[in-house]
Write a protein that binds this ligand. Structure first.
Ligand SMILES: Nc1ncnc2c1ncn2[C@@H]1O[C@H](COP(=O)(O)OP(=O)(O)OP(=O)(O)O)[C@@H](O)[C@H]1O
Length: 235
């Protein structure tokens, strides 16, 4: 088991959002969390990545208890979090943005190697290394954000709504980027609004509603569930 979340309670101040959320992710799996707005999907990701201290429950990564560790230590352990909120530095180049993602790697040569690896994964970023992030297209920016996440050499990547605000064609580019990561052995936990597409590409799904996991299973089974069809897929 790569990631194990056990009965996680989390929220903001006195407001509890997550109630006993349990989930597991195996190495190499492509897992998603789907659910309505405000269900607690981002809150789950933030708790795992150390941006939000859990109120209760446990989080294990590679068998090690990482509950409540600060974000930079969680990154060092091998978990990268990519989200809309953690914006790129628009006045910095692609290359500089990537280097910011390697902050847990001290050795300059190792940083360069890592950058070459990311450029190999996403040649489009290599073509645009000196372009300012702020002048990239929406899809390219998401690709850069994912590339920056890859700079810390994660084994697990938590990706929060990568297609948010993108036109359908660019959404495809983002899913292709994630596909490249999966093929390179990265484990992915994805949160997406695009439920249909997400259930068609991932291995397993958790359905989160009102801070609780209501249903989980193979993504194809979840996509065929009559409740999910009615509520999330509109069919
Ligand atoms: N910093 C915060 N302070 C207070 N409440 C918050 C904070 N961040 C999120 N919330 C609340 O927590 C609840 C869950 O939010 P969360 O972002 O986890 O949902 P989500 O499932 O990711 O939703 P969406 O699909 O809309 O992004 C929401 O009611 C939200 O308003």
């Amino acid at each position: 088991m790569l990631l194990e979340v056990k009965e996680l309670d989390a929220g903001y101040g006195y407001l509890q959002i997550l109630r006993k959320v349990s989930l597991q992710v195996d190495t190499g799996e492509y897992v998603c969390i789907v659910g309505p707005n405000g269900a607690g999907k981002s809150t789950t990701m933030k708790s795992i990545s150390g941006l939000l201290k859990p109120m209760g429950g446990k989080i294990y990564f590679n068998g090690e208890d990482i509950t409540g560790l600060p974000a930079y230590e969680v990154t060092q352990k091998g978990i990268a979090f990519v989200s809309e909120e953690m914006n790129l530095f628009v006045n910095m180049s692609v290359q500089e943005n990537l280097l910011m993602g390697a902050y847990t790697i001290k050795d300059k040569n190792a940083q360069q190697d890592r950058m070459e690896f990311v450029y190999d994964l996403f040649p489009r970023l290599a073509e645009r290394k000196s372009q300012l992030a702020g002048t990239m297209s929406g899809g390219e920016r998401k690709m850069l954000a994912i590339g920056r996440g890859m700079m810390s050499k994660p084994t697990l990547m938590l990706v929060d709504e990568p297609s948010f605000g993108l036109a359908p064609q660019l959404t495809e580019t983002v899913f292709e980027s994630l596909d490249i990561l999966i093929k390179n052995g990265v484990t992915i936990m994805l949160v997406e609004q695009n439920v249909n597409k997400t259930l068609s590409v991932t291995d397993r799904a958790y359905v989160l509603e009102n801070g609780r996991i209501g249903l989980d299973g193979k993504s194809s089974d979840v996509a065929n569930d009559s409740y999910v069809k009615k509520v999330f897929l509109g069919v």
